[in-house]
Design a protein around this ligand. Structure first.
Ligand code: GDP
Ligand code: MG
Length: 150
């Protein structure tokens, strides 16, 4: 089963959208593996967004992601990286479709509520940036047979 790292950004926590956002992944049938509210440190932020280092929006992005608590999560499911990115919606606010998290709730490209890993390599790196291995809970839900096979 594939894992991904999802994070409600500081704007989503401030706007009270944690449960709304979590609920969408829960209702889609994905399995929650770990979750916590935390304050992103400067070092974590720089590791998280290292691919954007040097871009015009980088400094503001680091300021934004460290500006208040975030809700960090690990979720698991078949092809979850692709499916969750589709649920999140496009980065550019003008392109985020209604029905997606950003398209339904975000009006800004910068303040766009949620982060989701974009590849298995990013997922592994991002999970390790926020969680220790013993925080990832291994368990079985019998309902999975009704979601992935049949
Ligand atoms: P994501 O994977 O969809 O979150 O998008 P990216 O990895 O391309 O960018 C990371 C984050 O940087 C985005 O979620 C936005 O918060 C921010 N961002 C991306 N592009 C821009 C931009 O052109 N301007 C500004 N101000 N912020 C941006
Ligand atoms: Mg990205």
């Amino acid at each position: 089963m594939e894992k991904t790292f999802l994070m409600v950004k500081p704007d989503g926590v401030q706007r009270g959208l944690v449960a709304e956002i979590m609920g969408r992944f829960e209702r889609r049938g994905f399995q929650l593996v770990a979750a916590k509210l935390l304050q992103v440190s400067q070092e974590q932020a720089e590791r998280h967004y290292e691919e954007h280092h040097g871009k015009p929006f980088y400094d503001n992005l680091i300021k934004f992601i460290t500006s208040g608590p975030v809700f960090a999560m690990v979720w698991e499911g078949d092809d979850i990286i692709t499916l969750s990115r589709t649920m999140i919606g496009k980065t550019n606010a003008a392109e985020a479709q209604p029905g997606t998290i950003r398209g339904d709730f975000a009006a800004s490209t910068r303040l766009n509520l949620i982060h989701g890993s974009d590849s298995p390599e990013s997922a592994e790196r991002e999970i390790a940036n926020y969680f220790s291995p013993d925080e990832l809970v291994v368990y079985t839900k019998t309902i999975q047979n009704w979601i992935y096979t049949g």
